[in-house]
Ligand binder design. Structure first.
Ligand code: NI
Length: 172
């Protein structure tokens, strides 16, 4: 189990479209464990594999940390089967988009299927924060960041801020 560095925008790797996992092997479970460690180290609630540079369709989400427990759930090859017409707005942030938060509107409820860490197919219906988090993380698998859902002006301001922060860090 290893904490791996998290890529931050603008990094072209974050725009990659990730590929399906062919079989849930020990190698994939080790990836899931590294993702969970990296997520907790960065105080996140969700992470996609591409955020640590691995273009595979794997997510880890843990929304129960506030109870002081760790229960990372792996979602492998997740697919949305149904999304409600009703939408919900959450203020989103992202470990790959540091220091930026903004409101994003998404379907309020979804039905999704995925493989769990044992390779078993699961179907789940989600609403609230889980629905938003799953959609946010699944966007990463298609190379989409939450700032891509913002207006063009807000998005370009965010990219400018991120680019500036990177230059300052490099000049460090
Ligand atoms: Ni994110």
């Amino acid at each position: 189990m290893t904490v791996r560095p998290i890529l931050t925008a603008p990094d072209p790797r974050l725009q990659a479209v990730s590929t399906d996992v062919e079989a849930v092997t020990d190698e994939i479970r080790a990836l899931v464990d590294d993702m969970a460690d990296s997520m907790y180290a960065a105080d996140g609630i969700g992470l996609a594999a591409i955020q640590i540079g691995v273009p595979k369709r794997v997510l880890v989400i843990d929304l129960d940390q506030k109870e002081g427990q760790r229960n990372p759930v792996a979602y492998i090859n997740p697919k949305i089967l149904w999304a409600s017409e009703e939408t919900a707005v959450f203020e989103e942030g992202c470990l790959s988009v540091p220091e930026i938060w903004d409101d994003v509107e998404r379907p309020a409820r979804i039905k999704a299927e995925y493989l769990d860490r044992d390779g078993n197919k699961q179907v789940l219906e989600a609403d609230g924060l889980l629905a938003t988090c799953l959609q946010h993380e699944m966007d990463h698998l298609n190379g989409v960041l939450f700032i891509d859902h913002l207006s063009r002006l807000k998005r370009s301001m965010a990219v400018k801020k991120l680019t500036k922060a990177k230059k300052l860090a490099a000049a460090g």
